[in-house]
Design a binder for this molecule. Structure first.
Ligand code: PGA
Length: 228
């Protein structure tokens, strides 16, 4: 199986800047990176349609993902982006339960379990973010059959956006723990991943979830091209 590299832009960049990012990235990235890596990019929702056109026109094997989804189905939920809203776009992964969603939007493990259902019902693969304190609670709330179709991202809060990436041995241990609970599903690591440390994490995990190092297209290309 290819290793996953899922770039999360968070709330960064204007529509124009995201368009420029894709133009530069798609023009300069070497197609051979996609032979060994499953590369997906999660820009803001408002850039998805434009990005999809650029990706399709480029013929490069990169997919698009989203950073969140409503826990509710389609209906009277003003302002929410439902799974149905995304039908018609080719969205591969939906990130759910990122620690920033928990911290700033008071999202609970129950909300995240509902988002998993919405993502799966609408053809996306949920990437469930966990840290060790609530890993058991979170995975325990997800239906076993649904969990088998997900990816889990181990994201220690201390490593996110700090430049202090987690100890590789601890990532190995947590990945093994997650697989004991969830079965042999992909487990990826996120937290200050860059071109200098990505190879270490790809030995112990099935992929990575970078944010800071993906925001500049040249740097993101270096991250991808440094994979051995
Ligand atoms: P970072 O963010 O790469 O900037 O540490 C990772 C994340 O929040 O998923």
């Amino acid at each position: 199986m290819k290793k996953i590299v899922l770039a999360n832009f968070k709330s960064n960049k204007s529509v124009t800047n995201i368009q420029l990012w894709f133009e530069k990235f798609l023009k300069n990235v070497d197609s051979t990176v996609f032979e060994k890596l499953d590369v997906s990019v999660a820009p803001s929702y408002v850039s998805l349609v434009g990005a999809e056109k650029l990706v399709d026109d480029s013929g490069k094997n990169v997919t698009l993902s989203v950073q969140d989804i409503s826990s509710f189905p389609a209906g009277s939920y003003t302002g929410a982006i439902s799974g149905q809203n995304l039908n018609g776009l080719k969205v591969k992964y939906v990130i759910v339960g990122h620690s920033e969603r928990r911290k700033y939007f008071e999202e609970t493990s129950k909300d995240v379990a509902l988002k998993v259902t919405q993502g799966l019902q609408n053809g996306m693969t949920p990437v469930i973010c966990v840290d060790t304190e609530y890993l058991d609670e979170q995975l325990g709330l997800i239906d076993k059959e649904e969990l088998e179709k997900c990816v889990v991202a181990y994201e220690p809060i201390s490593a996110i956006g700090t430049g202090k990436s987690a100890d590789v041995g601890s990532v190995r241990e947590v990945a093994e723990r997650i697989k004991r609970i969830a079965g042999n599903i992909p487990v990826i690591y996120g937290g200050s991943v860059d071109e200098f440390n990505i190879n270490e994490y790809l030995i112990v995990a099935d992929g990575v979830l970078p944010s800071t190092s993906s925001l500049d297209p040249d740097q993101f290309i270096r991250v991808l091209e440094s994979v051995s």
